[in-house]
Design a protein around this ligand. Structure first.
Ligand SMILES: Nc1ncnc2c1ncn2[C@@H]1O[C@H](COP(=O)(O)OP(=O)(O)OP(=O)(O)O)[C@@H](O)[C@H]1O
Ligand SMILES: [Mg+2]
Length: 378
């Protein structure tokens, strides 16, 4: 990366040894890239390659590699025996995000030999908690990137009308983009709306647009309304190791669709005072779905998020959760880390934005635990 390509970072709490890999321009609060139309960089922001919205996003076509036009897919060295795709441009150079992704893997596993084995069968995990802002989307995005960077084939389904997972993975999701609404309500096959994620070759994302806001009501009158997502996933013609579903902060029909489609629920719990409030309601709903619609459903994983080591409260919440849920709770705990919250504004996960930050290494460890547990349970 050229010196001029670096985006200055504010002083923060990160323990990172290296500068954040901010490859794209920072977006403003409305998701727009400042001066995006002006490639001269006259807005004062370094003139760096910015992932551009793709056109003709593969409607009816096979999925394309997540690389700029004229890129070719190649297979490179293996990590822990799992071969990973990467992409090169015609000039023989990797796209910037792919370079950052490779750099991230080197930060986590300087010696190679990482253990993030692929499961023997597809794992469908719904990331759910009807409490808002507990880290569902952040968890979905970062686990997906970590797993994909280690050879797992992953698809993220954004099931939240807010479209935050789509934003976090820098996938176009403006009005008019075919999205999960088209799948649930209009019977469009999932493969026609799944988009490649720039720089992360094994990762796809099914975006959510604002259209999805109406789905909760429209689903009521649709045939087999609770099974729409299950059927769409079953009809997907490609193999995936992980399907990660980012649920909205509610227990409506969208979340029910996610719970019916999944075998596993991952509940992120924020290490805050009100964290456990409402959890019983979520567990009751999961039990109802299990009893009536999906006997295979299980709360397999609890992840503690936004842990602030300076507070005794966080410690107390952790103890409560571990006492209650036992070994469903991952050993890895995600700290409150400013890099994690900065990353989406650069159109990246923290995994590539600042791979050495405490946020990224914790999500990396959580992904590794999830992968190892999955293999053990097979
Ligand atoms: N570990 C972390 N450290 C610092 N900030 C975080 C961390 N995890 C999440 N955040 C920030 O907290 C906010 C809420 O996170 P996120 O959007 O992932 O929660 P959510 O449960 O998906 O929210 P919603 O219920 O609205 O869908 C976001 O601004 C995110 O950037
Ligand atoms: Mg969310």
């Amino acid at each position: 990366m050229h010196e001029s390509d670096k985006v200055s970072k504010p002083n923060g709490e990160s323990l990172s040894a290296t500068a954040p890999a901010a490859t794209g321009r920072r977006r403003n609060a409305w998701g727009a890239t400042p001066g995006a139309a002006n490639s001269s960089g006259a807005d004062g922001v370094a003139d760096v390659p910015v992932p551009q919205p793709r056109t003709g996003r593969g409607l009816g076509l096979p999925l394309r590699p997540a690389a700029p036009a004229k890129a070719t897919a190649t297979v490179v060295a293996t990590d822990g025996g799992v071969s990973r795709e990467t992409t090169t441009t015609e000039a023989g150079q990797e796209p910037p995000l792919a370079m950052e992704a490779r750099r991230a893997v080197q930060v986590w596993n300087p010696g190679g030999g990482v253990e993030m084995p692929r499961p023997t069968r597809r794992r469908v995990m719904s990331v759910a908690n009807q409490k808002g802002g507990v880290g569902k989307t952040t968890t979905t995005v970062n686990l997906a990137v970590a797993l994909a960077l280690h050879g797992n084939r992953v698809i993220v389904i954004d099931l939240d009308p807010q479209g935050n997972a789509s934003t976090g993975l820098n996938v176009p999701h403006h009005a008019g983009v075919p999205d999960i609404y088209s799948v649930l309500i209009e019977n469009v096959p999932l493969i026609e709306v799944a988009q490649a994620v720039d720089g992360i070759p094994n990762l796809r994302c099914v975006p959510a647009t604002i259209d999805l806001a109406g789905a909760e009501i429209e689903l009521v009158s649709v045939v087999a309304r609770e099974q729409r997502l299950t059927r769409a996933i079953a009809a997907y013609p490609e193999e995936f190791d992980y399907v990660l579903i980012d649920c909205p902060p509610s227990l409506g029909l969208l979340t029910v669709n996610a719970l019916v489609a999944a075998e596993e629920v991952l509940i992120p719990i924020q290490c805050e005072y009100y964290a456990l409030e409402g959890l019983n309601q979520l567990l009751n709903n999961i039990n109802l779905v299990k009893a009536h619609l999906n006997p295979h459903l299980d709360v397999s994983t609890i992840l503690l998020t936004m842990y602030d080591r300076r507070t005794r409260l966080a410690d107390a919440v952790e103890q409560d959760v571990r006492n209650h849920f036992g070994d469903k709770v991952l050993r890895s705990v995600i700290p409150r880390n400013v890099r994690v919250s900065e990353a989406p504004s650069y159109g990246q996960s923290v995994m590539t934005y600042d791979p050495a930050s405490r946020g990224a290494t914790s999500y990396y460890e959580a992904a590794q635990e999830i992968a190892l547990r999955g293999v053990k349970n097979d």
